[in-house]
Design a protein around this ligand. Structure first.
Ligand code: APR
Length: 264
């Protein structure tokens, strides 16, 4: 058993509540382009910061809507990798006591079967009216894109107030969705162990969560092939890809739980 796995097992010892925090690196192995990588092909000439702001949407609703519609289509074509499946199994080991807080908008944790997922930055599947906030079904967006064949279709109009439909993601400069911060902070305050996976730990407020866990006496395990500002202070910095580390970790935890059950 490798040293990181042994240390992780030790840190999980006696843990009753688990917080998992994920970022773009978690999705990378499923082939979801990171924010930067998404700028290929037709969208290559745009800076993401010029597409992911309320101002950009006001200036050019079709362009911004088209970009998000294309990201939605791309995400629907990929599948959650083995690391997601492992986290879903870990959730089953901690019923009602494991929360995944993600900065990703691709919905892969839910598709893999994790039950308690907090999407800090919203979701590519969640469109809504830019005026009255009434939800708009993603199926309608898919139909529009597939039917029209346009790169940048005009967004549909809200049937209630007539304003344009917008993506249900958090843009630069916007507040996080209501209640989401409170729920994530609560999960961090209660966690005995935080698993921080595939995030650069540089984007706030998500990057604050591990410190909250530590402040309450919890432990932090970071899984990332590249060191981040969090690595020096983590109880364990496990230098590995998510899909490489997570299946082995969860299998070992399951084995340990089974052998303890058999032994009593
Ligand atoms: N397994 C684990 N980690 C990985 C893997 C992998 N297979 N591949 C890459 N990583 C790591 C990288 O080393 C990096 O530290 O994932 C991290 C990705 O960092 P960012 O692209 O900065 O993503 P993230 O931290 O999620 O960014 C947060 O910022 O761009 C905004 O709103 C956007 O939600 C995003 C937020």
């Amino acid at each position: 058993m490798n040293g990181s796995l042994l240390k992780a097992l030790e840190l999980f010892e006696g843990a009753r509540r688990v917080l998992v925090l994920t970022g773009a690196g978690m999705s990378a192995e499923s082939g979801v382009p990171t924010f930067r990588d998404a700028q290929t092909g037709l969208w290559a000439r745009y800076d993401p910061r010029e597409l992911a702001t309320p101002e950009a949407y006001r200036r050019n609703p079709s362009r911004v809507f088209g970009w998000y519609a294309s990201r939605l289509m791309a995400v629907r074509r990929v599948s959650p990798h083995v690391g997601y499946d492992a986290l879903a199994r870990l959730g089953e080991m901690y019923p009602g006591a494991l929360t995944v807080v993600t900065q990703n908008v691709d919905g892969l944790h839910t598709r893999a079967g994790t039950r308690d997922v907090i999407e800090l930055h919203g979701s590519l599947e969640a469109f809504r009216c830019s005026g009255c906030r009434d939800p708009y079904p993603a199926a309608g967006v898919v139909q529009l894109v597939e039917g029209g064949g346009e790169i940048a279709p005009q967004p549909p109009e809200c049937s209630k107030c007539g304003n344009f439909i917008r993506p249900g993601v958090v843009w630069f400069g916007e507040m996080l969705p209501e209640g989401v911060m409170e729920r994530a902070w609560q999960a961090a305050r209660e966690a005995d162990v935080a698993l921080v996976i595939g995030t650069s730990s540089m984007v706030y407020p998500a990057a604050e969560l591990p410190a909250i866990v530590v402040g309450r006496g919890g432990r932090v395990i970071e899984i990332n092939p590249e060191a981040t500002p969090l690595s020096p202070s983590a109880d364990l910095y496990w230098q590995a890809a998510a899909g490489e580390a997570l299946p082995g970790l969860v299998e070992a935890l399951q084995r340990r739980a089974r052998s303890r059950k058999d032994g009593t």
